[in-house]
Ligand binder design. Structure first.
Ligand SMILES: C[S@@+](CC[C@H](N)C(=O)[O-])C[C@H]1O[C@@H](n2cnc3c(N)ncnc32)[C@H](O)[C@@H]1O
Length: 275
């Protein structure tokens, strides 16, 4: 698998990249936990679009929820689409995946009953362009659904050594790539601005609360946030110094050994209807 990630470029780009470490985070995901707010709206026979589907772990649960309907997954990255296709090949559901850009969708007008994106809007600089495309490809009355991070409400506890600065630096890094680290709490406004009606917003936490979860979260931070590429990107843009990264890394080592260690990623989620 491609082990580079895009954070080492000075150009605005997709911050997370496609490293094995980040793929492990995506492979934990499923529709039951990560699209729980959407599942009650799904039923047999619907045609669903999953924008920025990544390796398709959430997509496959959406496909099951609408079987014998259709799930169409789209992502910029070919390697992600190949992984999603391999997952679908071993299943009986109707799921097709293709590469493409959420700001320029390769689908006819009024094709879908539902358009969903998990951690997609937060990464695409032009929110309006994505939502205009979603509006175009949804059928009248169709549902838009998105779930994105709220960087400012995410945490690692105990925070006695200033680990909140890690979240701030991560958010700043996203912003320097044109991304939207607080998008989760901005979804209601973005949907209303784009012309969707009956907009409902909520929020939930992804918790790392068992010893195994805490180890996973530490390994994720070690392999992504403290990777040479991320350190290079953040220090190169003046967001932090190498000394700060070294201090944070040591603080996280101690954090993971703390009996009460607990981390959570805050997510905002919203739905709306095409009038
Ligand atoms: C954080 S991952 C989320 C993957 C999946 N939705 C999940 O939550 O497990 C974001 C995905 O969006 C894709 N992406 C970023 N910008 C995109 C764009 N403009 N159009 C389509 N996909 C995009 C990336 O390639 C990446 O696979």
């Amino acid at each position: 698998m491609n082990s580079e990630h895009a954070a080492d470029s000075r150009e605005p780009s997709y911050t997370m990249g496609y490293s094995d470490t980040f793929q492990k985070m995506l492979h934990r995901r499923n529709a039951e936990s990560y699209a729980a707010y959407l599942l009650p709206h799904l039923g047999p026979g619907l045609r669903v679009l999953d924008l920025g589907c990544g390796p398709g772990t959430i997509s496959m649960g959406l496909a099951q929820a609408v079987a014998p309907g259709e799930l169409h997954g789209i992502d910029l990255e070919e390697s992600q689409i190949e992984t999603a296709r391999a997952r679908a090949a071993g299943s009986s559901v109707n799921a097709v995946f293709r590469t493409g850009d959420a700001t320029d969708l390769p689908y006819e007008d009024e094709t879908f009953d539902v358009a969903h994106g998990h951690a997609l809007l937060m990464h695409v600089p032009d929110t309006e362009a994505v939502l205009a495309e979603v509006m175009r490809v949804l059928k009248p009355g169709g549902l838009v659904a998105a779930r994105d991070m709220i960087g400012a409400s995410s945490f690692a506890e105990p925070d006695s050594e200033g680990l909140s600065a890690v979240w701030t630096t991560f958010s700043n890094l996203l912003e320097t790539n044109g991304a939207h680290p607080q998008m989760g709490k901005q979804l209601r406004g973005a949907f209303r601005m784009a012309g969707f009606s009956d907009v409902r917003a909520g929020a939930s936490f992804e918790c790392f609360s068992t010893d195994e979860d805490v180890r996973f979260f530490f390994d994720y931070a070690a392999g992504w946030f403290f990777s040479p590429a991320t350190v290079e990107a953040a220090t190169g843009r003046g967001l932090a110094t190498r000394e700060q990264f070294d201090d944070w890394r040591r603080a996280m080592e101690r954090w993971k050994e703390t009996p009460g260690a607990f981390a959570a990623i805050a997510w905002g989620e919203a739905t709306g209807r095409k009038p």
